[in-house]
Design a protein around this ligand. Structure first.
Ligand SMILES: Nc1ncnc2c1ncn2[C@@H]1O[C@H](COP(=O)(O)OP(=O)(O)OP(=O)(O)O)[C@@H](O)[C@H]1O
Ligand SMILES: [Mg+2]
Length: 466
């Protein structure tokens, strides 16, 4: 929503004409009304971005009409037209929700000023809207592995500059987190940070997302709209999953990166912007270049300062820190008490390969935090992971219980559910059928144990019946 459609409500024809004349040459669409009744008719037919509103109208008081306008879905900005510019009167209008006022007799420069302020205000509202929607809260980069220590240093160094940064890595490794951190470390940290997910926007819309469009540029373009590059002016833009854009758009993107200028879709005015570019990819871009899917010149424009985020399996040292961090966070978020991970639970986390990287770990821990019985440490089954023996040399880890000995000596592999079943029966045998003790030994909840036993009974019932 840009500042576009304007309604003038005043009973003096000459005032309406003066403002109309002033606005017409400036690509606004202008309507006017001489009374509240007429204004209602215009509002029923159209929505407006800004309303100039006279205080004394023949069929009512402008002040009471402000409130009516503030309830409209389009939330137009209201600019009062008033001869009474006393502090009391102006304050009252503001309190009622007016955005600004213009004193009578009208001064054209004052009208210009108000329009400029209104346009800036609307842009700020849109930018804040993006910021709030897309950057929920600050998240720290957790980890102490050499790779993460190095990553933090790179972020710190490149953050301060205006260099274009290309962040690559597998899914869920934390590329967006790195981009956020670069932004926060930059001199543009107080300016807009606009994100475009290139993979999520349809081919037909992405050009207008990037560069905006003029009214009537295509079917459905009922308004002029600023693109993300324009919104990011003075700040930073993140081109998330940049490898996904078409070759045609790559050419246009190259021009913005090189010349810092573009035109809106359906427009011919060249718009200049000052934007710092960050990009992410989970595809090997160089390979895409070799396959002719990504322009080489664009690749070099983007790859000014490359940052690789390593997969989690290459920094297993971080798994424990991350898991504990997420467990604490989710316990707090969901109002749960957590008793940490059992040694087998932690060993299983360390043994897993994490194809979905940190995001997968985060999801696994969140689910387990919710499922965990209060007071019971989280074991592998709550996380849906294969149990792994904790390392013997670990100073705090107790010896693994001998029930783990169910892996047959000959080492031929058994299906996991079969191993599980054997472990459960062995534990019951060891504890003379005491389910509470058996559950303890297995580091699962008594409920899980009961469910398993019911399941086995049902299975044997089935096979007997068969
Ligand atoms: N080192 C880390 N410390 C804390 N949280 C992390 C870390 N790395 C990733 N995360 C969290 O994991 C999730 C995935 O991270 P992010 O979205 O940044 O990954 P991505 O590489 O952009 O993923 P994709 O390729 O799927 O877009 C986020 O919730 C993020 O906060
Ligand atoms: Mg991402």
């Amino acid at each position: 929503m840009a500042l576009d459609r304007i309604l003038i409500v005043d009973d003096t024809l000459i005032i309406r004409k003066t403002i109309e004349e002033r606005l017409r040459g400036k690509r606004f669409s202008v309507s006017s009304a001489g009374s509240i009744a007429e204004a209602e008719k215009r509002l029923a037919a159209n929505s407006f971005d800004l309303v100039f509103l006279d205080m004394g109208l023949p069929d009512g008081d402008g002040r009471t009409f402000i409130e009516r306008l503030s309830h409209l879905e389009s939330k137009p900005l209201v600019v009062m037209l008033t001869a009474d510019t006393s502090v009391e009167s102006v304050v009252e209008c503001m309190r009622l929700g007016a955005f600004d006022y213009v004193g009578k007799p009208l001064s054209l420069p004052q009208i210009e000023m108000v329009l400029k302020r209104a346009a800036e205000f609307q842009k700020a509202v849109r930018v804040t809207h993006f910021l709030n929607r897309e950057n929920v809260g600050r998240r720290e980069i957790i980890g102490q592995s050499p790779a993460i220590v190095r990553l933090r240093e790179l972020i710190h160094r490149v953050g301060r500059t205006n260099a274009t940064v290309m962040i690559s890595g597998e899914n869920g490794t934390g590329k967006e987190l790195v981009a956020n951190e670069i932004f926060l470390n930059s001199q543009r940290a107080n300016a807009p940070f606009i994100k475009v997910n290139c993979a999520a926007i349809s081919e037909t819309l992405i050009e207008s997302e990037f560069f905006g469009h003029e009214r009537g540029a295509f079917t459905g373009a009922t308004d002029q709209r600023d693109g993300r590059f324009e919104l990011a002016d003075g700040g930073t833009i993140l081109l998330d999953e940049v490898s996904e854009i078409s070759l045609a758009l790559q050419a246009k993107l190259l021009r913005v990166l090189q010349e810092k200028e573009f035109e809106r879709v359906g427009g011919n005015r060249t718009i200049k912007v000052d934007v710092r570019v960050l990009a992410t990819t989970n595809r090997d871009l160089l390979k895409a270049v070799h396959n002719g899917e990504f322009r080489e010149d664009l690749y070099y424009r983007l790859n000014v300062f490359p940052i690789q985020v390593p997969p989690l399996r290459e920094r297993t040292g971080d798994v424990e820190v991350l898991a504990n961090h997420f467990l604490q966070r989710f316990a707090k978020e969901h109002g749960l008490k957590s008793s940490g991970f059992s040694p087998v639970g932690m060993a299983s986390l360390l043994a897993h390969r994490w194809p979905g990287n940190v995001r997968e770990l985060q999801n696994v821990v969140e689910r387990a935090a919710i499922l965990a019985e209060e007071g019971a440490p989280i074991g592998p089954e709550a996380m849906g992971l294969a149990p792994a023996a904790p390392p013997k040399e670990a100073p705090h880890a107790p010896e693994p219980p001998d029930v783990i000995s169910v892996i047959p000596a000959g080492n031929e592999f058994l299906p996991l559910h079969e191993l599980e079943k054997r472990a459960i029966f062995e534990a019951l045998e060891k504890t003379n059928g005491n389910r509470t003790q058996a559950a303890d030994l297995l580091q699962i909840s008594i409920r899980t144990l009961r469910n398993k036993l019911t399941e086995y009974r049902a299975q044997s019932g089935e096979s007997e019946a068969a």
